[in-house]
Design a protein around this ligand. Sequence first.
Ligand code: SAH
Length: 341
Amino acid sequence: MLLDYSLNEIKEYVKSLNLPSFRAEQIFDALYGGKSIDEITNLSKEIKAKIEKDYPKFEIVKLLESADGTKKMALALSDGSIVESVLLKYKYGHTVCVSTQVGCRMGCKFCASTLGGLKRNLSAGEILLQVLLFNKMLGGTLKKRAVTNVVLMGCGEPLDNYENVAKFLRLISANEGINISQRNISLSTCGLVDKIKKLADDHFSVTLTISLHAPNDEIRKKIMPIANAYKISEILSACDYYFEKTGRRVVFEYALIKNVNSSLENMEELSHILRGRSCHVNLIPLNSVKEQALVGVTRKEAYRLMTYLNEKGISATVRRTMGEDIEGACGQLRNKLGGGK
Ligand code: SAH
C-alpha cells in the first residue's frame, strides 16, 4: 500500500511503472491530503488504473462528535477491519489518537480494546492514514498541517507491533511528509521492556508513556497480564535507560480503580518507586467499560490523591476526560463499532 512508502520509495515505484518522476510528488500529495483515488484530479484514468491496486482503500464508516468537541472516527480498511481513532481539540492545537492494531492481545482487565483479542497488526500506512484523514477534516494539507500532536493511545499495544510503528514514526516525522516532530508524539505502552530499550537504541525521541496502573507487581498482576512477564522494577530500569538516551521525561499513566489501586497507601508506595526519577504521573479516574466490572474513583478523589503525590514531591495531574459520551476516552476504543453490544 502506497502510504507505507517514503517519498523516495514512491519515486522508485513511479519509475518502475515507467511514469515520469513528477508523478511521484503528485501521488505523494494526494496520499498526504487524505484523498481517495477518486478524489485525485491531476492524474489520468490510465495512471489511476496503474496505481489503483496499491493506492489505499478506506471508508469512514462513522464519525461521532462529543459535546466537548472530541471526534471519534471509525475507519474501514481494505480488508474490512474497522479501527477507531480520536481527534482531541486543545487550546494549543489538535491531537490525533491513533490505533496501532486491530484489537489487542494484552488482556488488561479494564480496557475495551482487548475484549475480542488481537485481529491483526496495522501497517505503518494504516496508522498514518488515521492522522491524514483528521488533518483533511480540519482543512489541512501536506504543506499546511492542521494536526499538531499525535498520541499512540488508541486500540492496540504499539510495541507489540514494533516494526510497523517504527516505520510510522519515521514517516510522520519526515521533513517531506507531514513533519510532526517526535517531541509532539507520545507512545503509550503497557511496558514491553525489551522494546522500550529498542526504541531508545533505534534513536527515537518520542515521549514515552507507561501504563503503570499499580504501585507493586501484586496489584498489577491482578489487572494486567503483562505484569507476569515483566516486573515493575524492570520497566522502571528500561525507562531510566530511555531517559538517559533521549533526555525525555517519562510519563506514567495511572487509572484509578476503586478498591484496587487507589488508596493513600497505594499512592505512598507509588511515590516511593518513582522518587528521584524525572517523570510525571497522569491520574485517570477509570472510564467505564460496560463489559468490565471495575469502577473508577470520583474526580474529587482523584484530586485528593494527586495532592498527596504532589506533597510527596511527585509531579502529578489528573487527566481531563474527553469524549467519554461517545466512548472515545482512554480505554474505550474498540476494533468494531458497537462491538460487544
Ligand atoms: N496498549 C497501550 C496503548 C493504549 S493507550 C498501553 O497500554 O499503554 C490507552 C490508555 O488508556 C492506556 O494507558 C490504558 O491503560 C488506559 N486505559 C485502558 N482502559 C481504561 C479505562 N477503562 N479507563 C481509563 N484508562 C484506561
